[in-house]
Ligand binder design. Structure first.
Ligand SMILES: [Zn+2]
Length: 208
């Protein structure tokens, strides 16, 4: 039997199982309306499909106008409290657009003490991309939205433990097997897109 057929046979039962789990967890949502449940099921199927895909080998620069050579490597630099820096800091002026480095789905939008205002995107291979210290979020960005490398997630700032310091994006890549250094994966965006005064901006697509 060919590999793709085996994979397809595997994916369907997993999708069905995951859908049942989602329905069980979200009992109150079922009462709230079938529309919401359908959206959650669609989202669950998207997530399973993403896990089955090979992870991105190349990440598009997440800060508009910045090139790879401008990034000073801060991977695993010691930080307060015996922490190692798990990501890269990409410095830019406050308000510079932060674009998704990959295709994926918005799985988290929220504030925490270290990262400040953050967005997490789930991409292919179950990798999670973490965008932190945002000054603000892109208007109407919501959990479950599909994003592409043209989608603005938010704007560079210094929220969280970056408060008072220079504005930058903290970019983290979390694979199922552990945290990865984003720098070797990062690629410059095409120059014409990078220097355009008004970039083509796609609002996040609503999956519901
Ligand atoms: Zn950082």
């Amino acid at each position: 039997m060919r590999k793709s057929i085996v994979l397809k046979k595997l994916v369907l039962p997993v999708q069905v199982l995951l859908s049942i789990v989602v329905v069980l967890i979200n009992g109150p949502a079922i009462i709230a309306g079938t529309e919401k449940v359908t959206a959650k099921l669609v989202f669950a199927v998207h997530v399973v499909a993403l896990y089955a895909k090979a992870p991105d080998q190349k990440l598009e620069m997440p800060v508009q106008g910045v090139t790879r050579s401008q990034i000073a490597d801060t991977w695993h630099v010691p930080r307060a409290g015996d922490r190692l820096h798990e990501g890269q800091d990409i410095f830019a002026q406050r308000g510079t657009p932060v674009l998704s480095a990959t295709d994926g789905y918005v799985v988290r939008i929220g504030e925490n003490s270290l990262g400040g205002q953050t967005v997490s995107i789930l991409g292919a291979g179950g990798r999670s991309y973490y965008y932190a210290h945002l000054d603000s979020y892109a208007a109407n960005l919501a959990i479950g939205d599909h994003v592409t490398t043209q989608t603005i997630l938010g704007y560079v700032g210094n929220t969280g433990n970056a408060a008072g310091g220079p504005t930058h994006l903290h970019f983290g890549v979390y694979a199922p097997e552990g945290v990865l250094n984003p720098l070797p994966l990062l690629a410059d965006r095409p120059a014409e897109k990078n220097t355009a005064r008004t970039p083509r901006i796609e609002p996040a697509r609503k999956s519901r």
